[in-house]
Every structure is written in structure tokens, then in C-alpha cells.
Design a protein around this ligand. Sequence first.
Ligand code: TYD
Ligand code: MG
Length: 467
Amino acid sequence: MAKPKTQFVCQNCGTVHNRWAGKCDGCGEWNTIIEDDQMGGIGGGPGKMPKKGRAVALTTLSGETEEAPRIHTGISELDRATGGGFVRGSAVLVGGDPGIGKSTLLMQAAAALSRRGHRIIYVSGEEAVAQVRLRAQRLDAANTEVLLAAETNVEDILATIGDGKRPDLVIIDSIQTLWSDTADSAPGTVTQVRTGVQAMIRFAKQTGAAMVLVGHVTKEGQIAGPRVVEHMVDAVLYFEGDRGHHYRILRTVKNRFGPTDEIGVFEMSDKGLREVTNPSELFLGERNSKSPGAAVFAGMEGTRPVLVEVQALVAPTSLGTPRRAVVGWDSSRLSMILAVLEAHCGVKLGQHDVYLNVAGGYRITEPAADLAVASALVSSLAGLALPADCVYFGEISLSGAVRPVSQTAQRLKEAEKLGFAGAMLPATSAEVPKGANGRWATIEDLPDLVSRIAGSASRLRQTPEDD
Ligand code: TYD
Ligand code: MG
């Protein structure tokens, strides 16, 4: 038999290296590579010779499915993120920073499902039964039929959840605490996490129970992060948020049974997570519309419009190389907008520090935010506040043209609903609703935007009481 070879695996992204190195080539993280045995994990059995295969019965795509494939929690923000509820026989990974509220969310989901008559098992590997009970009391979930176990051994967990009536949903909190007798590396390593997760997925597929796996995102890389199992599960949700703010976003990253651009928005309160059905109101809550450098972006998250404020501060620099700092947006996208402003509008920012912030700790991924960002930058540089009741959206191309974006009508409808009477949007936008009360201004290109901002601001100055 071949001598087992040692390999070195990054605990953050799972990249395999032949020798140890300080930095992982795969993800760029430092000190995340550790020695691992080759035989554990997926693919390789524990050093056995390959056995002769057994033929399985082939079947067809059409056929009987036993029952409704989805189980709804009734927590609409969660159901939206999962694409309409948890799918029976599937595995969902819920990742996020420690302390963000994953256990809280899943305990609330467990309680809600249990009230709807489902059999739910919650396996906690991090907290003792007493701690989980305390949380359940706080969340008003203690009077439900959720079954609880504090266990970390994979074989024991499988024996427990496989015993008796089949559960509808099993929650494993967290995958990083799982350890199996069949893999001989330490708990928390890539091999152990993968082995554990694979066993749980197999259980889900065999029994038809839905499996929810919790994974901590780790910065230090001492324990394997959720990324090493993303490819194995059916859906990946990330629970994000800013510690300085109360709201949390459940973002779908991968979903084999639904759309991947949906979000669920929650607010953390002293009684657990509360659903936020109108996120725009939350993100615009603390707005001071009179100051220069703030523009409201009419964005979309999946099928839902979200209005959020983009703030820019442009100030003369005292450094040789001016600073560019971005929170909540892509920094290379900012560089591009700055370059386009300079090349096509003569707006010189080479001697200015530029700070860009998306209010409330929210993160924008859409290129449609370009126009709002450019407006905020121009407004801050000129020291002119933008009209308080105007929203901005549109993608900017390198030529300076403003390109149309999708779902114009929904964006405008949401803006109108929240009292924004004006909008600046791409000139070529289709589906602009006619006959509404809104003042929709269409923008051809970036120079057009700059002159309009200068124009609207000077009009404001003449009649400040109009505002
Ligand atoms: P938790 O769900 O334990 O986080 P995770 O499982 O992602 O590590 O939540 C931890 C934080 O949430 C903790 O700092 C306390 C806070 N919290 C509340 O503010 N209200 C509550 O009702 C609960 C249960 C927790
Ligand atoms: Mg937890």
C-alpha cells in the first residue's frame, strides 16, 4: 500500500499545498495553512483498497414525491432568503461572524416551525443545555416542543437524530465543533469539518429531513471556515451586520432551489431578532438631508427595492498620495468613477482625500449605485447639498455614458412611496412610468449630471425655503 503522504491545507479556503507556507495562494490569508492527513475527508476512504462497485437502480425524472418539499417557518424574511422555506432532504449552511446572531435566528426558526407542528431537533455543540434554555426563554421559545441535545461527536449525533420518528429539520450549531472517530485530525480542521458535514448531508438525503448547518466565519484561521464546505451543501446563507448597528442581513450566496439575490432583513432587539419588512425606512432613518455629499440610491435586492444613503467626503489632502477609503462598496469601482469624473468632466480629485460610506453599515453590490456615488462625490467637492427628495440610480461606463439598469419601475415606485418626488435616472431607461407625480430627470452622461447638480443647487440657494 502506498505510504500516506502529508499535505498542507488552508483552514480558510481549503486550498491544498505541497509544503507549508505562511500565506495561502488561494485566499491570500496568513497563517492559515496546517498539516493534514490525506486520507480523511471526501473522496479517499481511510486508506482502503477500492472495492468493487455495486450497480444502483436508475430512475426517471418524473415520479412521485412524497410530500410538500418545503417547510415554511412563517418568518417571512427567513423564508424569502431560503427561496420559500427549507427544502426537505437538503442541507443549508448559515455562515457569519461569531456573535452576529446565528444561534438566535435558528432558535427562533426552530420555535416557529415547532409551533407549526414540525419535529425539530437542535444540536448545540457550543453551548450547554442550560445556556440554550436560557436563550430560548429570552426568545419566548421555551414553551415549544423543540428537541435539544448538546453533542459534538458525529456518530453520536447521527444515532440520536436517527432514533425514533424522523425529524423535519435538524440544526447543527456549529459545524466547527463536529468531530468524527473516522477522521484522525483534530476537531475544527478541514478534514474533521468536511467529514462531519458530509455525514450530516448524507443523513438529510437518506431521510428527507432538512439540515441546517451553522458555520462561523473565522478571521484567524485556527478553525476551518464555512467556505471549505460551501460546495457540498445545497444552499449557503450568510448572516451579516455591523456590530455598531442593530440590524442584520441574511444574504443568499448559493441556492440550488431558489434565487440567489434575495435578502432577509432583521433587527436585533433584547427579545431576539425582529423582522424588518421595510428596510428602506430603516436605512434612511438617521438621515440629515441638508448636508453636502449625501445621495439616496434606489437599489434592488432581488425582487425588493431598498433605498439607502451614500455619503461622500472629499477634502484636500495633506499626504503625498491621497487617501481613498470605502465602507460598504467596491473600492475599485470608486477608483473607476473618480477616473471617469476626471477624464470626462474635468473634476480633479488627485489632490483630494476621498471617503465613501454607505449609511447604516449596509453593503451595496449593484453597479446601479454608480450614479448615486458620482452625485455624492460631486456634491461634496462642490459643497452643495443635493435636493433632499431625489433618488439616484444608473450604471456609469468608462466613456462617461449613463447606462440603463433593470427594474426602473420598481425603484421609482419605492421612491415615490417613501416621499421622494424626484429621481435622476438613465436616459435610455425603458418602463419609466408616465403620468405619475414624480419629477424624473433622465441623465445622458456624467457631464450632464455634473451640470444638473450645479444647476439644482444654485436654484436651491436662491430659494432656500423651497427645500
Ligand atoms: P448569537 O445568536 O449567540 O450569535 P452567534 O450564534 O452568531 O455566535 O447572538 C449573540 C449576540 O446577540 C449577543 O451579543 C447577544 C445578542 N442578543 C441580543 O441582543 N438579544 C437577544 O435576544 C439574544 C438572544 C441575543
Ligand atoms: Mg452561536
